[in-house]
Design a protein around this ligand. Sequence first.
Ligand code: GDG
Length: 467
Amino acid sequence: MSRLLVVSNRLPVTVSAAQGEAIVTPSMGGLSTGLRGPFERSQGLWIGWPGDLSKLDDAARAGAMKELEALRTLPVELTADELRQYYEEFANGVLWPVFHYLLDRIPVHSGGWEMYRRVNAKFAAAVAAQYRPGDTIWVHDYQLLLLPGMLREQLPGARIGFFLHIPFPASEVFRMLPWREDVLQGMLGADLIGFHTPSYARNFASAVVRLLGHEPIVDELSVAGRKVRFRAFPMGIDTETFTAKVPPSDEVFRPRPGEHLLLGVDRLDYTKGIRRRLSAVERVLERRPDLRGKLRMLQIAVPSREKVTAYQDYRRRVEEMVGAINGRCSTLTDAPIHYMYRGFPQEQLIELYRAASVMLVTPTRDGMNLVAKEFAASRTDGDGVLVLSEFAGAAEEMPEALQVNPFDVDGMAQAIEQAIDMSEGERRTRMAGLRARVLRFDVHRWAEDFLAALADDETGAAVEPAP
Ligand code: GDG
């Protein structure tokens, strides 16, 4: 079996320091879970940024390096300046809003491109130094769009896959990016390019036609005599985790009899549509006085990208809105919006998914949105209603959800009412449909499908040249 080299901005581990010693903890993200099988079987290597190691003293640092090595991870260390320009300014400040159609969020002076290129080159050097003929390289996400192209130059015979975890926008939007050709050329260094949905793959094809003049045939292109395939591989979740029994925690929300719990779980990100969602909940409370005191919205907002100004502003605006709605709609004993700015242990999250009457997943754009799938998988009781934005990639696979346009706040309010009033029979029928698909197409299947397509010689790289 070909050795798998996974490359992502962050390593799937967190390095922390305690009493002068470094502690390296594997993180339980969906990606690392999905890749665990092929990674272990192939004795793979994961290459990425380990987090800030600058506060570790020499001994702790040496300890951290040893542990990282034992976990078969290779750190690409980044200076504070590299991180600020490549990650915060360019990847999160420019690429993230453009790819999520939020054009007014693009800064007037968008710096960071040069550094983005340099850091991608730094990753390329780290990968090339580890590469052995026969290895399979799988690069992830929008922080590393140039990496496949750089690797192709250095390793012409390598088998390279790339997966984009965020939307690929319509070509009309994509072409606003000043560095659009470089980005496409970077992606085209891969043999196989994966997206969450067929629409993203179509958008990509149309950008390639319009900006580079390549003519794809179905899902395949020829780039300098090399075959490049692109198609949808919708990512799933680790269903085992979300269907498992969890021990009851001390701190969990238990709805009072007759109370409806509306739940939102998001990174605090302006693409997640949290303000419009809150506004829709307020509309429900205005239109349905009978629900006052019986409706509670629990919003978990996980801190994210706190150094980026746009995220600081968005947080302030969300929190102002929570205060304003509670100010208007609370009684002496109840406040309708229960807002928490922190993360929770996964088991507690599962308990909350199970306690909710209605799950609100209403991003204005989202590559996939795994929360929607986790909610369905967690509902081993077969109950619960999912209200889902039609602009989340997950919507293409979840037709049984109540699909909403997050820009239509009234429409969202109506959908929330419909969810609350829905008969048990209808809730169960819809949930059964959702669960069947989520359980079948899990994250292991996603990783296997991508790697199988990449390994397929018809689609993969040219045969390794003889040494
Ligand atoms: C990007 C794309 C795409 C959330 N709160 C807590 C917590 N979470 C976990 C969820 C879920 C994950 O975080 C969030 O994943 P999403 O898919 O919803 O969103 P992004 O973070 O924006 O991810 C997205 C994804 O990549 C994969 O390709 O679907 O479109 O934007 O797994 O469970 N986990 C814990 N505590 C929390 O409080 N433990």
